[in-house]
Design a protein around this ligand. Structure first.
Ligand SMILES: Nc1nc2c(c(=O)[nH]1)N[C@H]1C(S)=C(S)[C@@H](COP(=O)(O)OP(=O)(O)OC[C@H]3O[C@@H](n4cnc5c(=O)[nH]c(N)nc54)[C@H](O)[C@@H]3O)O[C@H]1N2
Ligand SMILES: Nc1nc2c(c(=O)[nH]1)N[C@H]1C(S)=C(S)[C@@H](COP(=O)(O)OP(=O)(O)OC[C@H]3O[C@@H](n4cnc5c(=O)[nH]c(N)nc54)[C@H](O)[C@@H]3O)O[C@H]1N2
Ligand code: SF4
Ligand SMILES: [Mo]
Length: 723
């Protein structure tokens, strides 16, 4: 008989509350979980959970490579778990003894796009207990602009942890963020806000998702968002549309700079460079729309905002989010009801092992020399820095990679360099549900249990106070296939094998969770008895800065950043032309006249899921969106195969018309490599002829000088009909 079990879906950042239907040890379906704060709906990927679990390509056993790196077939050979764990422990220990633990890089799939969100803090603990400061998790492409760059303005992550208070906002600003595709729980809450009359502003080169419902959709030229933000700020200043009290009391605007000037004077001067007419020329957004948007942001307060991928993957990412932070500071809505708010979290014991990594190890993060304020300062390694350390031994040789999920070679630009870097490692162990082009370079592959086969503890669902107050223990719905083990089990087993069991509750996950949960007063027994989750009666505390200041060195919102100045960067937010654009590279633009950006797919997470029949049916081929006029000028019809050419090479895609794009902007998709066997749809080689891997022809540079963020969302290309 079929039973219904409350659970949640961890496949992407949305973490939707869900109801699973299970029968005879099989997962049959996943549906919404009414009453759960993120349970209003689930998406097509969540609905495909049964297919993912049961897929014939799942990894079922630990595997060891028998052929040399670079061989066409790795010659995978099945081995036992004991042997696998012993091998890993001995190789890592030897490398750490010879070269220091920093020679071992740890990596993971992004917690926004995989169930590694269940375990990423424990992996961080393992890395720190081992002694390595090097974590490869796409920080420069995915989290920098929301979480870390914003520290230089706010002292805390805004909007990374200070999320939009969608229940109370009067105006919502989504800038380079399309929750209809990427975070269903946000999309549903936004639609509800619009229904009660909230206004919506969307800044996006494409009229995607909620942009069609927006009061203002600003069709910005990719990578020029900072110019737009500075122009909006100028209009607000010119018209007195800003919260003077907040700006004077809580930002460093009134502080002196030099003899006779204040920070505010410099801000006014910088923004004065971007009157709406000038901003129109740079960004393509009409001047009158800039004025109308500035007015809307002021008159429809409180304003809540969110930025994401559209702003992360640029050569000017840091200053862009600083410019938007400055704009947002002027509204005075930070941590106010209906603004961006830190919802009160459930009290817990931290488990990420911050105290376990010695400061002298922390100082060795790869990349910290080149970009001392960038991701490396926070123990994150960029793709390019990792590849350089592996290939060139600079600043020292990265000799090993311990990777949980993740598809580095497809997810970073310079895919071929990524493959070569992984090949150069002395030891590489990869844990995954499926083999991918990154795993192809591994020495050992470990089979991970899928989310539905593993128990996981989720403390807080983030998007509202109710969500953030919810604790849920996801139960294993079905037995793990083959010999697959949960990532958490593998991490704890590895810790024990490495002699770090004392930092890992002697390998006992129950004790670990018990410790983590202790301050909350919630027990594992209570959670097991309430699979839909337990909600604590927590209340949002607004305007915390009034009690304790902002968590910056000055206690103020630092529109002017001394740390940036001291490291030779502009202390105020500025706009610089993207590193590969028609204006910055006119030499390339004659041959490659189109501006290339990209976006996620509704049907797949990143480079995954193309093998899942129900999903691939909806999007059978890689697509590139372009304006019909642009296509016509090249003799391209809708649905034609085309070559997308950049200075680095060309890849294949199918033309998809989009009349809402600027004619000189095209939008590609990354992540295409897998075949879909049941549908008879082909895979595409990750490298070389016939490839559809967009990152094969995108570079990691020239990158953001502060963060190393790659220009994946603004570069140049040409499109030609494929013969
Ligand atoms: N379905 C699905 N959901 C996902 C994922 C997935 O792959 N698929 N991935 C997860 C992950 S890892 C992440 S990081 C999040 C990302 O979530 P989002 O940030 O929402 O992802 P995108 O759709 O890539 O980008 C948002 C928008 O930025 C726009 N954009 C592109 N270039 C620019 C630009 O220069 N300026 C501006 N203003 N906008 C630009 C794109 O047109 C796109 O509509 O989604 C998560 N959720
Ligand atoms: N051109 C371009 N490049 C991009 C982006 C873009 O928008 N455009 N987006 C960037 C962003 S925002 C990000 S976050 C990165 C994402 O890059 P990654 O985080 O590497 O994400 P995926 O490429 O989807 O690879 C995820 C891998 O993890 C495996 N996996 C999934 N779930 C689990 C699990 O529970 N346990 C384990 N052990 N493995 C699991 C999957 O099978 C898959 O092999 O890509 C970046 N690259
Ligand atoms: S939006 Fe994300 S978390 Fe929600 S059902 Fe879809 S894949 Fe799962
Ligand atoms: Mo991401």
């Amino acid at each position: 008989m079929a039973t219904e079990v409350p659970t949640f879906c961890p496949l992407c950042v949305s973490k939707c509350g869900a109801t699973a239907t299970v029968e005879d040890g099989r997962l049959l379906a996943l549906g919404p979980l009414p009453g759960h704060p993120t349970g209003a709906a689930i998406c097509v990927k969540g609905k495909a959970a049964p297919e993912i679990v049961a897929h014939r390509d799942r990894l079922l056993h630990p595997l060891r490579r028998t052929a040399p790196k670079g061989a066409a077939d790795p010659g995978w050979e099945r081995i036992g778990w004991d042997e696998a764990l012993a091998t890993i422990a001995s190789r890592l220990t030897t490398i750490a003894e010879e070269s220091g633990p920093e020679a071992v890089v740890f990596g993971t799939a992004s917690p926004s796009t995989s169930a590694m969100s269940d375990t990423v803090e424990w992996l961080t603990r393992l890395r720190r207990a081992f002694g390595s400061p090097n974590f490869a998790v796409y920080m420069e492409l995915c989290g920098w602009g929301r979480h870390l760059a914003t520290l230089y303005t706010w002292g805390e992550p805004v909007p990374g942890a200070y999320l939009p208070d969608l229940e109370n906002a009067q105006c919502i600003l989504y800038w380079g963020y399309n929750p209809s595709v990427s975070r269903l729980a946000h999309a549903t809450a936004t639609t509800a806000a619009l229904r009660r009359g909230a206004k919506l502003v969307v800044v996006d080169p494409r009229r995607a998702g909620l942009a069609s419902k927006a009061d203002e959709w600003l069709r910005v030229r990719p990578g020029t968002d900072a110019a737009l933000a500075l122009s909006l700020t100028r209009v607000m200043i010119d018209n007195g549309w800003y919260d003077k009290e907040f700006v004077e009391r809580w930002t460093n605007a009134s502080q002196p700079v030099g003899e006779s000037r204040r920070v505010w004077d410099l801000i006014v001067e910088e923004c004065a460079k971007y009157p709406p007419e000038t901003a129109e020329e740079i960004t393509g957004v009409p001047a009158d729309q800039i004025v109308a948007t500035a007015r809307l942001l002021w008159e429809q307060r409180p304003v809540a905002f969110y930025t994401w991928s559209g702003l992360e993957q640029h050569s000017n990412a840091t200053q862009t989010v600083r410019a938007i932070g400055q704009l947002y500071a002027l509204t005075g809505c930070i941590d106010a009801p209906g603004g961006n708010v830190l919802f009160t979290p459930v009290p817990t014991n931290p488990i990420d092992g911050r105290e376990l990594l010695a400061p002298e190890q922390r100082a060795k993060t790869i990349g910290v020399q080149e970009r001392p304020l960038g991701p490396a300062r926070f123990e994150f390694v960029t793709g390019e820095d990792f590849y350089r350390a592996a290939l060139d031994g600079a600043p020292y040789r990265a000799r090993a990679l311990v990777n949980f999920g993740g598809n580095l070679v497809m997810a970073h630009g310079d895919s071929a360099r990524g493959r070569d870097a992984l090949r150069a490692l002395d030891f590489f162990v990869h844990t995954d549900l499926f083999l991918n082009p990154t795993a192809e370079q591994a020495d050992l592959v470990l089979p991970a249990a899928s989310a539905w086969e593993a128990e996981a503890l989720r403390i807080g669902f983030e998007t509202s106070q109710a969500a953030q107050s919810t604790v849920q223990l996801r139960q294993p719905l079905v037995a793990a296939r083959g010999e697959a083990r949960s990532d958490l089990r593998i991490i704890f087993d590895l810790a024990v094998a490495l002699g770090l069991g004392h930092q890992f509750f002697n390998g006992d996950i129950e004790s670990a969770w018990h410790h983590q949960l202790a301050p909350s007063g919630i027990t594992l027994d209570q959670l097991r008895a309430a699979p839909e989750g337990i909600r604590l009666p927590l209340e949002t505390v607004y305007r915390k800065y009034e009690q304790r200041g902002f968590r910056t060195p000055s206690g103020l919102v630092e529109l002017y950043s001394k740390p940036l100045l001291e490291h030779g960067y502009p202390p105020l937010p500025t706009f610089t032309e993207p590193s590969i654009s028609p204006l910055s590279r006119p030499d390339l633009a004659t041959r490659y006249p189109l501006i290339l950006t990209c976006a996620k797919s509704l049907f797949f997470c990143e480079t995954q899921h193309r093998e899942i029949t129900s999903l691939r049916k909806s999007a059978p081929e890689p697509a590139v969106e372009l304006h019909p006029e642009t296509a016509a000028a090249r003799g391209i019809g809708a649905g034609d195969w085309v070559r997308l050419e950049t200075p680095l090479g060309s890849v294949r895609a199918k033309a998809k018309f989009n009349v809402n794009l600027r004619p000189n902007v095209v939008c590609g998709q990354h992540g295409w490599w897998q075949p879909a066997g049941e549908l008879g749809l082909p895979g595409y080689p990750p490298f070389g002829d016939g490839s559809a891997n967009l990152n094969l022809v995108l570079g990691q540079g020239p990158s953001d000088p502060i963060s190393g963020s790659s220009p994946l969302r603004a570069s140049l290309c040409e499109i030609a009909k494929d013969s």
